[in-house]
Design a protein around this ligand. Structure first.
Ligand code: ATP
Ligand code: MG
Length: 361
């Protein structure tokens, strides 16, 4: 045992975040206890609750606190519902850019009995996180959208060689770690000759350093169609920000919906942020029915990632226990939420996962 403890932050976020983030912490604690992994948890106020308590959705000192941590769990942020007051900002771009978390790793996996459209799906889409069309993330000053006259809007899409290199390298590392060792570049260089052209050319350049990984490519619209015709054809996929945004929701829809769509934001160092793909789902908040899978699996990915990055076998073991717990809960309708053909609520699912962890060999 290495003796190193992980320092993890708990950032509940908004709405169902107050249910699924504590659920994730409970599951992580159970697995860590069994694996002999020490975790020091820090509560970090963020979002609407922080606006209430600190007058800001991202109170002063938040970045410094996170700087001192190995990683954190970020619940969904419902920034579109924030009141229009100073201090009510969307923390997402600050967190992703501030820590250069340029790759959003979003796995899609099918489970029997939960309403997946396909069986035996196991693929990972890596979405570029900090460039592209997204107005609040563009590297150009100000917004990424402009209205030079009242009836004309210009949306700017930023693609850089460095941004492409970083996300493609992250995707190649993931592809290499998986049995099929296959990476598909998804783009539209037939139309976006400069932007997507840069993405593809840079990707092939970086891929030369990974001769063991088979690299192919697909035009984004064709990919959206093929994903539904033959999802087994793909293993690891890398794409630019907005294509990744759309395709990961499509992939989630194939395996039971947004509650089944986890994500891990990673950068060059070991620091990482667990963040489910879905939003804060205000319509179901407080009812105890939110599916915690995506948030718990994101947390599992975080602990596994940190375990490998810091050479902590007990963290890798804790992540494996979490996997067993999740598999056990998903196999039983009584410990599944209604969105995935279960009869239980959030607490039932957590209890099922923890019981699965306790039973794990
Ligand atoms: P965003 O743009 O922030 O992604 P959104 O408009 O896509 O938000 P979400 O908050 O992601 O909306 O959720 C859309 C709907 O999906 C919710 O209203 C909810 O019914 C369902 N949903 C999302 N996440 C979950 C979950 N974890 N468990 C159960 N249902 C969920
Ligand atoms: Mg959405």
């Amino acid at each position: 045992m290495s003796g190193k403890r992980l320092k993890l932050g708990i950032l509940n976020g908004d709405d169902i975040g107050h249910e699924i983030v504590p659920a994730s912490v409970e599951v992580a604690r159970a697995a860590a206890g069994k694996a002999g992994l020490g975790i020091d948890w820090t509560d970090v106020p963020i979002g609407a609750a922080a606006l209430e308590s600190h007058g800001h959705t991202m109170p002063e000192g938040t970045m410094e606190t996170l700087e001192g941590l190995d990683g954190w769990i970020l619940g969904p942020i419902g920034h579109r519902d924030y009141p229009k007051v100073p201090g009510a900002i969307n923390p997402h771009p600050i967190l992703r850019k501030g820590f250069d978390l340029f790759a959003n790793v979003r796995p899609t996996r099918s489970y029997p009995g939960i309403g997946c459209l396909f069986d035996d799906i196991d693929l990972v889409i890596v979405r570029e996180n900090n460039e592209g069309f997204q107005p609040d993330r563009n590297v150009v000053a100000g917004s990424g959208e402009f209205r030079p006259t009242e009836d004309v809007t210009i949306s700017v899409r930023v693609i850089t060689v460095e941004g492409c290199r970083k996300v493609v390298r992250a995707a190649l590392d993931i592809a290499r770690s998986r049995p099929r060792k296959k990476l598909t570049l998804v783009h539209k260089n037939t139309v976006f000759k400069l932007g997507c052209g840069m993405f593809v050319d840079t990707a092939y350049e970086v891929a030369k350093e990974y001769p063991d990984v088979e690299v192919d490519e697909c035009i984004v619209d064709t990919f959206a169609m093929r994903l539904l015709r033959d999802p087994w054809a793909y293993d690891t996929v890398v794409t630019t920000n907005m294509f990744g945004d759309i395709l990961t929701d499509e992939a989630a829809g194939m395996v039971g919906g947004l509650g089944m769509a986890p994500g891990l934001c990673i950068g060059r160092g070991a620091k990482a942020m667990a963040q489910a793909t879905h939003g804060s789902a205000p319509d179901i908040a407080g009812k105890g029915i939110a599916n915690p899978y995506a948030m718990i699996e994101s947390t599992r990915m975080l602990i596994e990632h940190l375990g490998r990055a810091h050479d902590l076998p007990e963290a890798v073991r804790a992540a494996a226990y979490m996997r067993e717990g999740l598999d056990a809960a998903l196999a039983d309708p009584a410990s599944r939420t209604g969105d995935i053909k279960g009869t239980g609520g959030t607490a039932d699912m957590v209890a099922g996962i923890v019981a699965g962890i306790e039973r794990a060999k």
